[in-house]
Ligand binder design. Structure first.
Ligand SMILES: [Mn+2]
Length: 356
């Protein structure tokens, strides 16, 4: 997986900077912390950079507080985890110190399920996997091949990253190899029950947040004959609640579980005219919709960021989704209404087809 040159960069480096993009998630954070352990055990110094604060919902992952927005430019090389597009690194690239570091030092990029061409504006070694469900799985594969030391902490962090992106090994992109990696990581010392207990403890909500969730649920709107569920989070609510909980995530997954809904979308609006969208879908179209608005992502989860007023954006979104559904429907003709047992049969044969 690593070529001679990449292996040599890593072997020779005394200090390594691990970079996460401005949308840190369980996969990127778990991957960064695992690399910190692995390279630390190899006697290297590792620093962890992310241009934005690690979101509260990830703070059950021990070591999250070692990630800093500071950019230590005295490292020998950088490793970017979980992204290869410049739009998600724009904050880092806006920093002239970071920019000149990345333009002059060896940079290795680790990413998975890549649907876009890499477009980083500097030379980089891209190590990508189309089959790994998480960057953590890719790192596990590299570590196995290269005989990197995976201690208990590293195993735990890699386990967390695979679980995060695969939603507990349940997404369509999850493979037998993802399970095998997790099994081996448990053998190496990751304790799923402890990891889950820490997450549950952190996910406890204040009564105030649960009340706010009720308000959000009342505000959910449906478009495109009920196939699109939409929630808008204005800035005053972002300001008031997001320290405690990411407002969109309070309802987004439940919106996706409403009968008839194909795509759930959370839109946040900011005072500077910025508008960010997060999509979660039941059909593989999220990335098409995100790309329409200049964003990117995976078939079932994606995002975008534009500068436009919500009132202008809304009709555009509905129109975009209309096209997305029309295209999807033309390739996937809807079946006649079926009984529950017919549905189960259909599901079974779909799974068999998938696996073969
Ligand atoms: Mn990922």
């Amino acid at each position: 997986m690593l070529n001679e040159e990449q292996r040599e960069y890593i072997e020779k480096a005394q200090t390594i900077l691990v970079i996460q993009a401005e949308n840190p998630d369980g996969d990127s954070l778990g991957s960064a912390l695992a690399l910190e352990e692995i390279f630390g055990a190899m006697g290297k110094q590792v620093s962890l950079h992310c241009p934005v604060q690690i979101p509260t919902y990830l703070r059950h992952i021990s070591g999250w507080d070692r990630v800093t927005p500071d950019f230590l430019n005295n490292a020998d090389m950088a490793i970017i985890v979980d992204t290869l597009s410049k739009i998600l690194l724009s904050k880092t690239l806006d920093n002239p110190i970071a920019r000149s570091f990345l333009e002059s030092k060896p940079v290795v990029v680790l990413d998975h399920h890549v649907s876009v061409e890499p477009d980083l504006p500097f030379n980089a070694h891209y190590i990508t996997s189309q089959t790994a469900v998480a960057t953590g799985e890719l790192i596990y594969d590299i570590a196995s091949e290269e005989s990197w030391p995976v201690n208990v902490q590293a195993a735990s962090h890699l386990f967390i990253s695979i679980q995060a992106d695969s939603l507990g090994l349940t997404t369509a992109a999850t493979t037998a190899e993802s399970f095998a990696a997790c099994a081996e990581l448990v053998r190496l010392g990751a304790v799923p029950a402890d990891i889950e207990a820490a997450r549950r403890e952190l996910m406890k909500k204040s009564p105030e947040i649960l009340r706010y969730k009720g308000q959000l649920i009342e505000r959910i709107e449906y478009f495109n004959d009920g196939r699109t569920a939409l929630i808008n989070i204005p800035f005053d609510e972002i300001h008031e609640y997001s320290n405690q909980y990411n407002p969109t995530m309070l309802v987004l997954d439940e919106m996706r579980l409403v009968i008839g809904v194909d795509v759930a979308i959370g839109v946040k609006t900011y005072p500077d005219g910025k508008l960010t969208g997060k999509l979660r879908s039941n059909i593989p179209v999220s990335h098409f919709a995100a790309k329409y608005f200049g964003g990117d992502g995976h078939p079932f989860a994606s995002g975008f960021r534009i500068y436009e007023s919500y009132d202008e954006f809304l009709p555009e979104l509905v129109q975009c989704m209309e096209k997305v559904y029309a295209e999807y429907d033309s390739e996937h003709p809807r079946e006649e209404t079926t009984t529950q047992s017919d549905k189960n049969d259909g599901f079974k044969s779909f799974r068999i087809k998938e696996g073969s």
